[in-house]
Design a binder for this molecule. Structure first.
Ligand SMILES: [Zn+2]
Length: 370
């Protein structure tokens, strides 16, 4: 802490202050500059000698009183600092990896015991190139690729141990908490985990927008099983099953039944076989296995369930037109043979694309649409 021309002895304990007290002649009564001067060892380097190249987020310990730690005694005056720093200093170098604010700090400084100050030298390791100073903390704007020299120097010969810390703006960004889930974009939720989804309630009447939209059959089939449920009660069968039992056709396409936007993609559910009882991870994806949900607007959705494990070709957020291929018919989840379980549902809340399988508020018979 510079206290130029201040010389009263009690000021040595006011290191949090700056230029306090009335000026008095240097060398007058109480000037302790001689007494505070440490012995100068002949081994002290005569040129600036950084002891370490500091990096963002790094701490280091040093000691301006210990020549063996790399202390030098070549800097006594800085254009940005008031007073004399005739005495030992420890120098670090730092090359900025990116442009942004950097802060050099003394960790738990003890200004009453050792009056260290900080100096920033730009490009050249000479005190005339000092551009910033600070008592215990020194923020500065670093330029990417530029090398700086960080000096810990004791005021008026003060010397002793210290800890220095260097933090960069970029570090703070890395340590920032994750954004809320709703802000995290998820192309798909990929997992082979089993989860349960409550049975969906059968809706009483379809929203009017369903009748206004165009609908097309989402796949081809050899057999089918209709929706089953009473309005206001849990559905007995929550959608239509379109079964394709012909093994000579290895791939059966599944298409969007109407225009919309992909709202949810679940992948990662295995199938033990394509044409028999699936006994692998049957409750994966809430029993729907691999599935896709399309948002048709005004709270109306369709779900395409039990898709083939490696054949989903849409991602969340994608706009799809009626008839757009979504993927291949499969046998994943709670399934007895290759089929498409197709649901028409409503939901007041949007589905979370980053979470496990989610139910609709209500499901409806959809056979009349096609
Ligand atoms: Zn079904």
């Amino acid at each position: 802490m510079p206290r130029s021309l201040t010389s009263l002895p009690f000021l040595l304990v006011l290191c949090g202050c700056e230029l306090v007290g009335a000026p008095s002649p240097v060398g007058g009564p109480g000037d302790l500059s001689d007494a505070a001067e440490p012995p100068v060892a002949s081994s002290a380097p005569a040129v600036c000698a950084p002891v370490l190249a500091l990096e963002c987020g790094q701490n280091a310990t040093g000691d301006t009183a210990d020549w063996n730690s790399g202390a030098t005694q070549v800097m006594a005056h800085y254009p940005v600092g008031v007073g004399t720093f005739d005495g030992p200093e420890v120098v670090y170098s730092f090359t900025a990896p990116a442009s942004g604010e950097v802060r050099v700090s003394l960790v738990d400084p003890e200004p009453m015991a050792v009056d260290h100050d900080l100096f920033l030298l730009e490009e050249v390791c000479e005190p005339d190139h000092a551009v910033e100073t600070g008592f215990n903390s020194m923020p500065f704007a670093a330029m990417a690729g530029q090398t700086y020299f960080l000096v810990v120097d004791g005021y008026d010969g003060a010397a002793g141990a210290f800890e220095i810390s260097l933090s960069c703006e970029a570090d703070a960004a890395l340590e920032a908490p994750d954004p809320p889930l709703a802000d995290v974009p998820c192309d798909a939720f990929h997992s082979s985990e089993s989860e349960s989804a409550p049975i969906q309630t059968t809706g009483a009447s379809l929203p009017p927008s369903v009748a206004d939209a165009s609908w097309a059959l989402p796949t081809t089939w050899t057999n089918w099983v209709d929706f089953n449920g009473e309005p206001g009660h849990g559905a007995q069968h929550e959608g239509i099953d379109w079964i394709h039992a012909d093994p000579s056709l290895p791939v059966i396409d599944v298409h969007a039944a109407s225009d919309g936007v992909i709202a949810y993609v679940r992948s990662g559910c295995p199938e033990s076989s394509r044409f028999g009882h699936n006994d692998s991870h049957r409750e994966c994806g809430g029993g729907w296995g691999n599935h896709v949900v399309v948002d048709h607007g005004e709270g109306v959705f369709t779900r395409y369930a039990h898709l083939a494990e490696d054949d989903i070709e849409v991602t969340v957020g994608e706009t799809v037109s009626i008839g757009r291929r979504i993927g291949g018919m499969g046998n994943s989840g709670r399934s007895e043979e290759r089929h498409l379980h197709f649901e028409l549902g409503t939901s007041e809340e949007p589905l979370d694309p980053c979470s496990a399988a989610q139910r609709f508020d209500a499901v409806y018979p959809s056979g009349a649409l096609f």
